[in-house]
Write a protein that binds this ligand. Sequence first.
Ligand SMILES: N[C@@H](CCC(=O)N[C@@H](CSS)C(=O)NCC(=O)O)C(=O)O
Length: 248
Amino acid sequence: LCESILRAIRRYMRRKENVSVPVVDFYLFESESSTYTYLLADPETKEAVLIDPVLETIDRDQLVHELGLNLKVAVNTHCHADHITSTGMMKKRLVGLKSAISKLSGATADILLSENDKITFGRHFLTVLETPGHTDGCVSLLIEDKSMVFTGDALLIRGCGRTDFQQGSPEKLYESVHQKIFTLPDECLVYPAHDYLGRTVSTVGEERKFNPRLTKSMDEFVNIMKNLNIPKPKKIDISVPANLVCGV
Ligand SMILES: N[C@@H](CCC(=O)N[C@@H](CSS)C(=O)NCC(=O)O)C(=O)O
């Protein structure tokens, strides 16, 4: 509750100060895979971007129409193993929509992203930070004023993406998070692709201080990741091949 109140106050203050911030709908949750989809929009120009949409919730995500938004890009932070993306299907429904994923993912999409590329929507943009380790093609997306970062499966709240399949490498993940995410401002809000305990948002400062895995030394981290012993995602065999072609 405190968290949502704080967020509302923060939003209100920004609007009041007439600072140009994108509107973000934070609670597009898909319960089967515990995935967060994020919708970002420029309230003035109505241009919007969708991050990590899930096939099961494609009808809900049509809310872009209700909001009168012009969805320009649907971007996947990586080739997901636990669910199928809706970007391919959504392109069939929305004329002009472009799909995006990293070049290093090996997947096909309209836009293949690399380090420092920009995804613009209205007066705003996201900068691509390559954050491999969970998969080789993982990216995080940083808003222009560094107030928000969408970390995909690289950094989760008090956790991180697993590293035991799809080119996973604990060493790479450790370097990615420490070099690309933990160097962002303390107050930068962290929005992950998943949370399995109902948490919604963290900050770089909190994760740098309290993340039980990533506050450890590299050797300790590698040891933790090699001993996670969590079952493989139930849908991995259908998700990975589907996501290599945008889910269609
Ligand atoms: N039970 C879920 C899969 C859970 C899982 O493996 N999550 C991944 C991200 S999706 S590939 C992960 O990295 N988890 C890290 C962790 O510490 O939990 C299913 O069957 O789909």
